[in-house]
Design a protein around this ligand. Structure first.
Ligand SMILES: Nc1ncnc2c1ncn2[C@@H]1O[C@H](COP(=O)(O)OP(=O)(O)OP(=O)(O)O)[C@@H](O)[C@H]1O
Ligand SMILES: [Mg+2]
Length: 185
């Protein structure tokens, strides 16, 4: 488990770097039983705790097309990750992992988990080219659709500019590496 206290968006971005490194370095190990699937990052935390801010950081770090805005009214937004003209330090990793799309999902307004099936989420999960940041996983817990071993980032509101963040790498990764404990702040 990684923990950090962030006092600014810059510090939140540093934590996003840490999460991204861990997740992409272990992408092959996280796939289920050798079957390639999308990479899912589960984002938990109250309203305003920083889930979308964190996703924006991921988008900036990966140099995606366009600016990440809250998808609250559309459930899902997709952002292209170009491999050829990519200025991020992750260019090579993006290529190795075959990532092409960052998908930001905010399930807050769903009335039942089944509604996520209407936007073809099952197909989205099957595509190894997808990196999915998923806000409000609680809203789809009734249909048990998110991969059980997906890494989880949890956010806590402390005060206006302060957030606590916790990152649990996937179960598979922890089994392979042993659980790490580090406080980045
Ligand atoms: N240290 C910090 N890290 C991240 N965000 C911060 C920090 N300090 C202040 N903020 C602000 O907190 C707000 C977090 O809002 P954000 O939309 O990311 O929350 P959220 O968890 O996605 O909420 P929701 O569940 O409503 O979608 C942003 O306006 C952001 O600028
Ligand atoms: Mg949000």
């Amino acid at each position: 488990m990684y923990k950090a206290t962030s006092y600014s968006l810059e510090e939140t971005k540093k934590f996003a770097h840490l999460v991204l490194k861990e997740v992409l370095n272990n992408k092959e190990k996280i796939t289920n039983g050798g079957e390639k699937k999308a990479t899912v990052l589960v984002l938990k935390g109250d309203l305003g705790s920083g889930k979308t801010a964190f996703t924006k950081c991921i988008g900036e770090i990966l140099d995606v097309d366009g600016e990440i805005t809250s998808p609250t009214f559309s459930i899902e937004k997709r952002y292209k990750i170009h491999v050829d003209h990519n200025s991020s330090e992750y260019k090579d990793t993006i290529e190795t992992c075959g990532l092409e799309t960052l998908i930001h999902i905010d399930a807050f307004r769903l009335e039942s988990g089944k509604e996520i099936l209407a936007i073809d989420f099952e197909e989205t999960l099957k595509d190894p080219k997808n990196l999915i940041c998923f806000e409000w996983p609680e809203m789809v817990s009734d249909i048990d659709i998110l991969p059980k071993n997906a890494p989880i980032v949890e956010f806590e509101f402390v005060d206006e500019n302060t957030r606590k963040m916790y990152f649990s790498p996937s179960q598979n990764t922890m089994e392979l590496q042993g659980e790490e404990d580090s406080a980045t702040n």
